[in-house]
Structures are given as C-alpha cells and as structure tokens.
Write a protein of this length. Sequence first.
Lengths: 257, 257
Amino acid sequence: MAQIISQKYIKKTLTLLREKGRDKTNLFIVEGEKFISEIPDGWPVECFIVSAEFAGKHDLNIYESKARVYIAADYQYKKLSDTVTPQGVMAVCAKRAYTLCRVTAENSLLLLCESVTDPGNVGALIRTADAAGAAGVILTRGCADLYSPKVIRASAGSLFHLPCVTDMDAMTAARFLKERGVILAAAHLKGDTIPYNADLSRACCIMIGNEARGLSPELSAQADVLTKIPMIGKAESLNAAAAGSVLLYEAVRQRLL
Amino acid sequence: MAQIISQKYIKKTLTLLREKGRDKTNLFIVEGEKFISEIPDGWPVECFIVSAEFAGKHDLNIYESKARVYIAADYQYKKLSDTVTPQGVMAVCAKRAYTLCRVTAENSLLLLCESVTDPGNVGALIRTADAAGAAGVILTRGCADLYSPKVIRASAGSLFHLPCVTDMDAMTAARFLKERGVILAAAHLKGDTIPYNADLSRACCIMIGNEARGLSPELSAQADVLTKIPMIGKAESLNAAAAGSVLLYEAVRQRLL
C-alpha cells in the first residue's frame, strides 16, 4: 500500500535535483508517466513518489507492483519536481555504471561526447545514438550529468535503451577503442575528409567535442579520420547535437546500403 | 557621441523581451559582440545599448559609426538582458519581412518548420539550414518567435545569413512551392521512403513538424514524398532539430556527389 512520504525522504529526494546529491546517493529522478514507462524491467527503482492529486486520479497498482509508493502533498511534490508543469509521478532510480567493455561489440557504432556541456545537446545526442542503433554512448568528464532532469528529458528515455558510460577519461577511452580496432571518426572543423568519403560502415566511434572549443587537440590526435561536415552557407559550424546527428546517420546510411 | 539612456527608452526596450512587444514595434534585440558582428551591413539597427562597465573598457567608435549608442547603468543593462551573464552590449534591430518569392530559387534547398515550438530547435534548424546552404527557411504560424533571444542565440547568428519567412500559413506555403515545382519532402514517422532513396538533389523543401505531434495531416497530404528516417534502435523518433539536420545533410550529400 502507498504510504505518506516522510520529511526525511523529502529532504533526501530534494538533494537529487543537484549533481552532488545524485553522486553521493547514486540515485536519480525520472519524472512523468511517459519516461517512467521507458524504465526497463530489472532497472533498480527505489520508490515512486506521487502527488496527492495524482493519487486521487490514478490506479497506483502498476507502481506498487514494482516498488514502494510514497504520496506527497501537492506542494511537497512541486518542490521535488524539476518541471514547470509537474506531472504528479516520479521514480527514484539507482544509477547504472557501465564499463567500456560493455559498449564495444562487433561492427558496433559508438558515440563519444567530449565535454559537451549543454544538457539539451547531451540528451539529444543520446536519443539520436539510440535511434541510429548505436551500441553505446561514452560521456567524458566535463559533459553534462547524464542523470540530470534536463538530460533525461532531452534523451526522451533513450538513456534507458543503450549503455551510457559516464565520467570517462577521453584518452583512456580513445586508447581502449583503438586497441580493439574501432575507427575513431572525429567531427572537426579542420577535418580533411567529408563524412560521405569516410568509411563509417565498420566498427567506429563518432567523436563530438565541446560546443565552443570543439574536440581537444589531444583527442583529435587520436582520431583515425577527421571529418569535416561541409559548410555550404555562411554558418561557421553546426550545433553539437546537429553535427552528431549528421555523422551518426551517415554511418546508418553506409550500413544500410 | 554616446549618450545616457532615457527611462523612456529603457521601458521601450524592456517590451522587446516579449513577443508582443516585438510585434508591436517591429524591433528585436541582438546581444553580445559575437552575434552583433553577424548583423550584415544594410540591416537596419536603431541603436546600440551598452552597460557602463562595457563602455569603460571598450572603444565605442565601431558602434557609433553605425547607429546611436546609449549607455545604461549596469543594473539597468542587466534588466534589459535575457542572458545569465550579460555581455554588456546589445543592438536594437528592425525586423525584416521576407516573402515566399524571396526564398525560392533554382535548385534551391528550403526548410519549412510547422509549429516547431521549442526556441532551441527553431534556432538550431536555422543554423543547420544555413550550414547546408539552404536558400531560406519558412516558419509557419505557431513556431517559436524567430526574434526571441533564445532563437537568436541558438541560431548562432544564422538568422542574418538567409531569409526566414515567418508567420506563414502552412498550406499557402505548400501550394506556393508546389506550383513552382519544388519537391516537398516531409519528415514523417509513417513515411514509406528512407531519405537515402528520396531524390533531394533537385529544388526541394524539407518539412519538419511539431515536436509532439509531428507534421499535420493536411500538410503531410501535400508532401511529394514522406521520408522516414530509419529507427534502428529503440527510440521512437528523433528530436525535431536532429531530424531536420539528417534530412538537410542528406540533400547536401546528394548535391555534392
């Protein structure tokens, strides 16, 4: 049966709105029926928190069958919610740690984000990587926190669909992938190869750099190919998520045809 | 010579932070040295507003040679700024109205956004359209306001690089383009053609729909081809800006090769 949430648990949950709190507890919040429905079976859910209003209107059995359910007063729920229009239901989930071994497979397509700081970009890139059938995503140190509410929303639940390695050292990841024969294909404004001429049909990792600085010189030096997306008009560069989408789907095209 | 800003002008400029104020005055704000540098010669600039701090550190001649310069106290400037870290200089510019005739040219690539409401998406789409060499962008009624600070920032100045038609009726635009032989290529989850099999090498207009609802049935019915971007993984769809980027760059690929 659902029970009234304690002040202590409200305090604990409030800390999850910040990266520090998520790091300390290894927990994060997933809000809304749509995104909660994306949580795969077997992913550890500590509890669900519902607002009194939501509890009055919905059958809670579906949640109670999976984990404890706490009911919060509407004003309490609002405090815990990161959204402008709180949806009335959130799951407190445990983080999952993936290793680099987990994301590399035969002919796999991978995405590495180096210090991509905008949560909307990180989320959109994970969503596109998922759509493109990537085997996994690697986020280096300095990227927006995978478990922040904005990244989760922008990923549209895709962070549950494919393994995402977080907090990686970029050079460690690059060396690991190279040793396993994965082609490192960087998006680079000074690249010498247009994506359509790069071979992205074998095991490869698309590498996208920071929004302002691009890929670091160290990581660029590790790349097997520096691809330059053609800039036909007057724009100097693409948004990081747009660049990643173009390259991931060029890999899809080469693999389909 | 720069002069102290009047309370009256501060009030007027404050209204430009909202769409209603921008519509009434036909003016909008461009903030920051980088974006101001993107304003093309000949684009009407009513004035520049600088903070006292900025005025103390920068040569204002470059601005004074183009339009009047008003100096605002730092606290006044902060109120006028939409950014978290105000940059100290903004331009008050006049809007430019473009017609559909202006954006259609031989073999042109066009982008039409139907009710794309997220300013980040609209800005990123304009930026990608610019990068892809599109001849213009058409925003239907219901899209995020082209002249909102968020769209301008996300476009990275690209709204100055190519004509953007705003507030269009979607069906009027579709009929206009069809009459001129422009292929209407819709991004559609129920499409029957993958983008790599659609002919995007001739005059064509990529059509992207609303983030939640996709393209309207009416506009979809006007499309010459409904393209479905392959969903290889578990994601149901792409972010609107990602979908637009994939299609615009598939058109680039077909035109380059």
